[in-house]
Design a protein around this ligand. Structure first.
Ligand SMILES: [Zn+2]
Length: 406
């Protein structure tokens, strides 16, 4: 396929996760029909972008029934509060700042900003989440962001001092169109901050479950640098974050804006990526084998626990669980139910595996012996929240980077 960043023909496919439905396509009924698509990952030897082969359309993936709401995780809310303090300390936010947040979801960040009296505009294409933001009194444009939307905002005299785009760049099929929109919307001395899951961690820590149809690109600092440069935008700072199993936060300016210095830590991370080999095919070669070992070990565990008549359940119906369950071939006969706090998910079935989503009362009633924590990135928060399960000696499991029981 042609690389979505540089357009060159990219022939190196290093991971095949079989066929799976879109990760957020929860089913209302167990018998509902679902579409499955091949989930294959490529590496571009020219610009170093790792990406999926596109099969599913964007409208199909981010529709009105979209079920990811950022406001359900305390860890994430705290992360955003800290982020706002960093922006204030770096003087990227002041009383007059106009902030545009792309993929503003349920308005969790906008809410924090508005409580501090900052003006913000959210852009969010999924109706289910945008409605929650609007109910909080926040301004939201319910559209996909791209060059056309940026032009129409500019015509209405909207120009941003700060553009925030957290965990969205990977979700964008036409990445060049998206970035040219950022360029248009940004004031000459403004900055863009973007967070994305760092490819280096995906490879290093076997995080194959974060690969799904809704994620089109898997970025490194190096591949991101290359894409932005094409649009006369320059990354001038980068920092490592612990969110989503290891993310990067990058700070971007217009190339013509010479008032901001290129940071040492930005150069340091680029160097680390080079040493690790993210720009070379070799590093991707044995990833499939590592992923298959995770599958083997977890299936062994399932067989053992079945033999010993242990009761199992999962916690956290996050998108990553669906890649995991579907790649492993796990069904409701292995894991009969999964617990989640999100009322939009409760009572529905996971795509592919068709495991039913239940609320926490169901967990207390059933007292399982093992609880698989699906969003391993929120492990500490979940264990604390479920500490009462110790009463019946329940054990927690995480499967990535390899199986752990505690
Ligand atoms: Zn490329």
């Amino acid at each position: 396929m042609n690389c979505r960043s540089c357009g060159n023909f990219s022939k190196y496919s290093f991971l095949d996760l079989g066929h799976s439905p879109p990760s957020n396509a929860f089913l209302k009924k167990k018998k509902d029909m679902e579409k499955v698509y091949p989930l294959k990952i490529f590496f571009c030897e020219y610009c170093y972008l790792v990406q999926t082969h596109d099969f599913a359309s964007r409208r199909e993936l981010f529709n009105n029934d979209y079920v990811y709401f950022s406001g359900f995780s305390k860890t994430w809310i705290n992360h955003l509060k800290k982020f706002v303090r960093i922006l204030e300390n770096k003087l990227f936010l002041n009383k007059n700042s106009f902030v545009v947040e792309i993929a503003s979801n349920d308005g969790t960040l906008q809410d924090i900003l508005s409580k501090k009296n900052y003006k913000s505009l959210g852009i969010e294409p999924t109706d289910s989440t945008a409605k929650v933001a609007e109910a909080k009194g926040l301004s939201v444009i319910k559209k996909f962001f791209g060059k056309n939307l940026a032009i129409s905002l500019k015509k209405k005299n909207f120009k941003a001092d700060l553009i925030v785009a957290n965990n969205v760049l990977a979700h964008v099929p036409k990445i060049n169109d998206f970035i040219s929109g950022l360029k248009i919307l940004l004031k000459s001395k403004g900055i863009i901050t973007i967070e994305f899951q760092h490819l280096m961690n995906i490879i290093k820590k076997n995080q194959f479950d974060t690969i799904y149809h809704e994620h089109y690109s898997y970025l490194s600092l190096n591949s991101a640098k290359n894409i932005f440069l094409k649009h006369d935008l320059e990354i001038f700072d980068a920092e490592k974050l612990s969110t989503h199993g290891g993310s990067l936060r990058i700070f971007i300016k217009h190339s013509s804006d010479l008032s901001k210095k290129i940071s040492k830590r930005f150069k340091q991370i680029l160097k680390e990526e080079k040493t690790f080999g993210l720009d070379r095919i070799d590093v991707y070669r044995n990833f499939q084998t590592k992923v298959e070992n995770v599958r083997k070990d977890f299936l062994n565990f399932l067989n053992e626990s079945k033999k010993n008549k242990k009761k199992l359940c999962a916690y956290g119906a996050a998108a990553k669980g669906n890649t995991f369950f579907n790649f492993l071939g796990i069904k409701s006969t292995h894991i009969p139910f999964i617990i989640d706090k999100n009322p939009f998910k409760i009572g529905k079935y996971l795509p592919g595996s068709k495991i039913i989503v239940k609320d926490e009362k169901f967990l207390i009633k059933n007292k399982p012996d093992y609880i698989l924590i699906v969003p391993w990135n929120l492990k500490n928060e979940i264990i604390k929240q479920l500490s009462y399960t110790k009463k019946w000696k329940a054990k927690f499991i995480t499967a990535i980077p390899n199986i752990k029981i505690f």
